[in-house]
Design a binder for this molecule. Structure first.
Ligand SMILES: [Zn+2]
Length: 312
């Protein structure tokens, strides 16, 4: 079994379980209702009238059909009345799927994959890669005492989150060690996750290992890794420049990923300690020109001192 089909199989299993759970809740209520004697009587009466009506329709007996239709309405009314008297509400019986967009099938009516499917796919892919979930931070709890002009930057980034994804802006957050770049990126990721966006937050080293996996994977398996990096609503690559450069992998695929994301209008955020020249040396001019592309992005430079040292 390929990695791809293993993950697909697991997703199908999870979705089928979700549907089962949703239906079960409604079934339990129905059984509870049917355990009431007067409801059960009325329910059987309703069903037998319905049966009589279909027989009359088959015979074409118009007079009887009309009589039975009236009786069926009365039977239905009685069911509703008893249901209400017993304290049940029609809404309680509606099947409550976890995802109302796709009724826990993973696909929209148009046939397109639902957002919830992709989210699960990316979660399982990250798990399969052995990448742990990052501990993220909250804008609300961010304390920075406005060193290095951070207040202005934080306000700007909060408004970025509010407008997301109306703007396909990519963000590069540069600055020396300990200026709070990763912290800020984690706040943004956290805020967007709380708004139900599919955010993949990985370190540059982790990106490297995914790219290596992509490079060496059989053709059938490449799709899951590519989907993870190009289809999520936001990709955060933390600490670009800290990873080793793998020949034919790091530079080439990083360019491919960010180009693909830009084409699709899927933003990315990159944090880095590197200066422009160092970025150019490591990743080449095509990648650097995309990182500096002002039409689609902003380059934020956090100046100044190491906040971690300052806090001591
Ligand atoms: Zn869905």
């Amino acid at each position: 079994m390929t990695q791809n089909s293993k993950i697909t199989y697991e997703i199908e299993r999870i979705f089928s379980q979700k549907r089962k759970n949703a239906l079960e809740k409604s079934e339990i209520l129905t059984n509870e209702l049917l355990s009431n004697e007067s409801y059960l009587l009325a329910y059987n009466k309703y069903n037998s009238t319905r049966f009589e009506l279909s027989k009359a329709k088959f015979k074409g007996d118009v007079k009887l059909i009309n009589e039975l239709k009236a009786r069926l309405n009365a039977d239905a009314e009685l069911l509703i009345t008893i249901k209400r008297e017993l304290g049940f509400n029609d809404k309680d019986f509606a099947v409550k799927y976890e995802c109302s967009a796709c009724s826990d099938t993973g696909r929209l009516e148009s046939g397109v994959r639902c957002k919830c499917y992709r989210k699960l796919l990316h979660k399982l892919t990250l798990e399969e890669l052995g990448l742990e979930r990052k501990k993220l931070h909250s804008f609300k709890k961010a304390s920075y005492k406005d060193l290095n002009d951070l207040e202005k930057i934080y306000t700007k980034m909060q408004s970025y989150c509010e407008k997301f994804p109306a703007t396909d802006k990519n963000i590069v957050i540069a600055g020396s060690v300990g200026t709070g770049k990763s912290y800020l990126a984690k706040c943004i990721a956290n805020e967007l996750i709380s708004r139900d966006f599919n955010v993949v937050f990985i370190s540059a080293c982790e990106l490297n290992s995914i790219l290596l996996k992509y490079h060496t994977a059989p053709v059938d398996d490449k799709g899951v890794y590519l989907d993870l990096l190009t289809e999520c609503d936001l990709l955060v690559i933390d600490d670009l420049g800290s990873e080793p450069i793998y020949k034919n992998v790091t530079e080439e695929y990083l360019l491919m990923i960010i180009t693909e994301r830009m084409t699709k209008g899927n933003p990315f955020i990159i944090t880095t300690n590197l200066e422009q020249e160092q970025l150019l040396d490591r990743y080449g001019d095509r990648t650097l020109s995309r990182l500096n592309d002002k039409r689609h992005g902003v380059f934020i430079k956090i100046k100044g001192e190491d906040l971690r040292r300052k806090r001591k």
